[in-house]
Design a binder for this molecule. Structure first.
Ligand code: CTP
Ligand code: MN
Ligand code: MN
Ligand code: MN
Length: 359
């Protein structure tokens, strides 16, 4: 039977560019600090996204994990009407729209958005002309480079930035390695930033590497913003299975200036943009070489996959996994390295079981 409406991609309408219906709902829960419901919709979305078949009736989904009552009601609406009224209502809701707009600025999260919304602010102009609003350095850069950093980064741009970082790193540490991670490592053609892992074989040296690298970028005149966080890594600590906890490696969140002449095929810029350069968000993380595999696994994403992989390690294998290590609770020790066999098996089992249950 031919499907009338695809729920596997959960579009609000057939030709909608407003995005995923479930993502809109998840986001709205996030804006309202309802983390449980937010996660439930994100999880449901990822279960449906990885189906090899198209959902054409609700009955076909009854054996799938992670689809709760609310999710099914929305799916039912999408299947019957091709749209969800709850989602459409949200999309035209002033609070949702304002939070969406404000949180699209680098450095602005739901808390700040809420503060501004409660003060009656509704637009960027409202914020920028209100004398009582003090923007921090991150938010100032967010507004300054808003157009550029809300525009997708292409694979060619990511490859070029990898080379630029590679060169800066090798000027200081000839044996260092720079690897592309994040969405581009998963094969995406576009991303919202470029994630790179930088490490050196000399244990301990990685801790001081990033300040040298950002100094070099500054000398080149391409460092538009830099937030550096020194390492707080303690190798005696056990892995933390709480996903939202950040890792302790030395890292920096950057905005870099990328010249069009350095990108094969040119920049991914708006039509009519003749500046010849654009700003791009770049994340650098610098784990010790012996933690490289764990850092790479943790930074490759997606966030949902990482969450579920940790849960799989904990529930199915009695292990704790995070960006630093894999700890075997039964043996009372950490794995020295990630064996390919282990991770392959883990991934297969993960795929068999889907993404189930709570975090
Ligand atoms: N990550 C992390 N610690 C951080 C920041 C990110 O472990 N302090 C991980 C996230 O869990 C994610 C990966 O790094 O799995 C990449 O994060 P991000 O750049 O936000 O997302 P991408 O998957 O790369 O998607 P996009 O293309 O939008 O950048
Ligand atoms: Mn990324
Ligand atoms: Mn990132
Ligand atoms: Mn927990």
């Amino acid at each position: 039977m031919k499907p009338t409406c695809s729920v596997s991609c959960c579009k609000v309408t057939e030709r909608s560019d407003e995005g995923d219906a479930f993502e809109v709902l998840a986001e709205n829960y996030e804006f309202n600090n309802m983390d449980g419901q937010c996660l439930a919709f994100r999880r449901a979305a990822s279960v449906l996204k990885c189906l090899p078949w198209v959902v054409w009736c609700l009955g076909a989904t009854q054996d799938l994990p992670c689809l709760g009552q609310h999710t099914k009601e929305v799916m039912e609406e999408l299947l019957q009407c091709g749209r969800s009224f709850e989602v459409e209502e949200l999309l035209s809701d002033e609070r949702y729209q304002t939070f969406k707009l404000f949180t699209s600025v680098f450095g602005v999260g739901p808390k700040t958005a809420e503060k501004w919304f409660c003060r009656g602010l509704r637009s960027f102009n409202d914020i920028l002309t209100d004398p009582s609003i003090h923007l921090n350095r991150m938010q100032q850069s967010g507004f300054l480079h808003y157009g550029d950093i809300s525009r997708a980064v292409s694979k060619a741009e990511a490859v070029s930035l990898r080379s630029i970082i590679d060169e800066a790193v090798h000027a200081i540490a000839p044996a260092a390695a720079v690897a592309l991670t994040g969405g581009f490592c998963r094969g995406k053609e576009f991303g919202h930033d470029v994630d790179l892992i930088v490490t050196t074989p000399e244990l301990g040296m990685e801790e001081s590497l990033l300040p040298y690298v950002t100094d070099e970028l500054k000398k080149q005149g391409i460092l538009l913003y830099c937030d550096y966080q020194a390492s707080t890594f303690d190798m005696r600590k056990l892995p933390n299975h709480h996903f939202e906890a950040m890792d302790h490696f030395s890292k920096c969140f950057l905005i870099l200036r990328l010249e069009g002449s350095q990108v094969e095929g040119g920049l991914h810029c708006a039509e009519g943009d003749s500046r010849g350069w654009r700003a791009v968000r770049v994340d650098l993380v610098s784990p010790p070489m012996d933690r490289y595999a764990f850092a790479l696994l943790g930074w490759t994403g997606s966030r949902q996959f990482e969450r579920d992989l940790r849960k799989f390690a904990r529930k199915e294998r009695g292990m704790l996994l995070d960006n630093h290590a894999l700890y075997d609770k039964k043996k009372g020790r950490s794995a020295k390295r990630l064996s390919c066999k282990q991770s392959r098996e883990g991934c297969k089992a993960y795929q068999r079981g889907g993404s189930t249950g709570e975090t």
